[in-house]
Design a protein around this ligand. Structure first.
Ligand code: ADP
Length: 186
């Protein structure tokens, strides 16, 4: 977990590789659907372009079917999910139904100014439709309102591992591995 621009996607791939599990990024799946012009993509795009969350039901169904794929049988890393309380509840049910359990909730901490700078830079490089300044501001707001409170929910379960997300990609990666290696795996 972490605000837009915290580096979740970059670090998720490295962590997933380290543990030999797939990185499942809801943002990437939505973008692939948008690019492919699927009905899911057409629906998701309306929300994404405005910096709003895609409705829970749509997102939950998508994650449920993705974690049922064979490559997720031994575990998985979720990037960008859950983002709302309703998604937390739904994920609990999915995890139980598949016989898994959550081992850790990794939180990448970064300050807001650093994040806006990163996102504007990414906009120049990747040209994502949701990386304009207004939409970035909205995404940060939605994160603070809907997603940040989830950290408390998982902290109460003793699952939160917090890592400073500022610094070079490699440095952050080392911090993450160090922090996660001390977490018992199910
Ligand atoms: P970032 O973390 O940089 O905001 P993502 O690639 O994770 O970007 O997500 C991009 C967009 O996809 C979000 O702004 C939102 O519209 C949609 N999205 C991704 N994950 C979720 C989710 N769990 N629930 C609802 N919408 C989501």
């Amino acid at each position: 977990m972490g605000p837009p621009g915290a580096g979740k996607g970059t670090q998720a791939k490295a962590v997933a590789e380290h543990f030999g599990v797939p990185a499942i990024s809801t943002g990437d799946i939505f973008r692939a659907n948008v690019n492919g012009g699927t009905p899911l993509g057409v629906e998701a795009k309306r929300y994404m372009d405005a910096g709003e969350y895609v409705p829970d039901e749509v997102t939950n169904n998508m994650v449920r079917s993705r974690i049922a794929e064979p490559d997720a049988g031994n575990g998985f890393l979720l990037d960008g999910y859950p983002r709302t309380l309703a998604q937390v509840t739904e994920l609990d049910a999915m995890v139980e139904a598949t016989g898994h359990q959550l081992d850790a909730v990794l939180v990448l901490t970064v300050d807001q100014d650093a994040v806006v700078g990163r996102l504007l830079k990414r906009a120049e490089i990747e040209g994502r439709a949701d990386d304009t300044e207004d939409v970035i501001r909205r995404r940060l707001e939605v994160y603070a309102e809907e997603t940040e409170p989830l950290i408390e929910v998982y902290a109460a379960r003793g699952l939160v591992v917090s890592v400073d997300g500022l610094g070079e990609i490699d440095e952050v990666q080392k911090r993450i591995f160090g922090a996660l290696d001390s977490v018992p795996q199910s």
